[in-house]
Design a protein around this ligand. Sequence first.
Ligand code: 5AD
Ligand code: SF4
Length: 459
Amino acid sequence: MKKVYLETFGCQMNVSDSERVATRLAAEGFEMTANESAADVVLFNTCSVREKAEHKLYTRVGQVRNPDGTKPIVGVMGCVAQLEGETLFAKSPGVDFVIGTQAVGRVGKVIENVFETRGNFYDLGVREENYDWTTAPAQRHSPYVAFVPIIEGCNKFCTYCIVPFSRGREKSLPAAQIVRQVSVLRDQGVKEIHLIGQNVNSYRPKSDVGLENFRGATPFSKLLRAVAATGIERIKFTTSFPRDFHPDIVDAINENENLCNWVHLPFQSGSDRVLKAMRRGHTIESYLQKIDKIKVSPRKIALSTDIIVGFPTETEEEFLETLKTAQYCEFDSAYAFKYSPRPGTPAAEMADDVEALEKTDRFLRLEKVLRQSQTKALQSCVNKIYEVLAEKKSFKKDRKDKSAHIGQLPTIQTNGDNFSGHTTCHKVVNFESSNDVLGKIVKVKITESKTNTLYGEIC
Ligand code: 5AD
Ligand code: SF4
């Protein structure tokens, strides 16, 4: 049985693609392994959203070696694969095959071809009509949390972004299929699903089948209500596109306890001029209106965002507007990025004229503001009780006291195992419990907040 080691970089869509690739490969007779040095095939699922992410691939391909010095078969999938195609064979000579973002259903076939002929193969073709979007429990990143793609690709063409080129046009999955998939996951014991896509709220399926019985101002808010009706414990969704963020999404959250109180809404820049140059399709005023609607929800919806600093031509004054917007919104968490030109995008044609040192300075000043609001949000949780899904265990119970002895190590007795999980508002909580609560939603009283994490006691 051929063994495949699959390493994933980048976003949740990549994690989800990897889960489906692993599911198919296992069904086709390959064995998925977590041990790279035992693998016959090493497959990298790549990200090209920023230059740094892309470079990771080239570094990793260079490192792949069998223990005996020979090289396993090396494959590349994901965004770099789609964008670079067969040029990867020359750019990164260790690469044997390349699978585009929509060709993931055919990885097994391509691997067989490589083994048979020892040649280079690539497939950048479109997705099969009957492509299977389901995942096997054994291949998911978590037994309790599952990603469910609802829309693939992107039509927005923000000027800095490579995604529309690497992932193609928006295509929404049929609602009935999504709802069926969520019901199956629920029956398999999954507690939390994330509806995922580059812009989930641009969801626009070809037909209304599956949504007929649900209210909603847009197909996405109908879908939220339809998925909520499956009764699965928790539903989160990401990423939302500000222009298409209809207030009815907040109404749907207000009406359904299992629609979680967390929204990820990237604003990218606080300057209308920069937003226009980015072709984001929203103004700061329209963004803040949406934020205000979210903030007044009785569900206390947590907010997160993405921001880019140093977009070409961004002035100090325009950057200060970004700081002001971040201060106003008081995000629970945020991702800040320094602008990175992506070849092929419209912005890459502009001079990357904010100097590296200036970009770093803006990034650090923004991080400070973001950290302040994140700290405030986390501190406001202390002494309150939250429902936490216990997702991981860290076996603190049998921790060994390495400082004392060599050989037979004495065990430090603590009250229980350490668990880690998320609240409905997507904050990470670590807590101790003497009962095995893995996979359960438990009440935790928060006792302490640190930089990114809350600590608490099970109640
Ligand atoms: N440079 C810097 N950040 C980028 N992002 C996307 N493209 C670029 C780029 N060229 C950021 C955006 C997006 C997030 C996923 O990555 O903030 O929301
Ligand atoms: Fe990229 Fe804009 Fe599409 Fe998001 S909406 S994936 S930033 S082009």
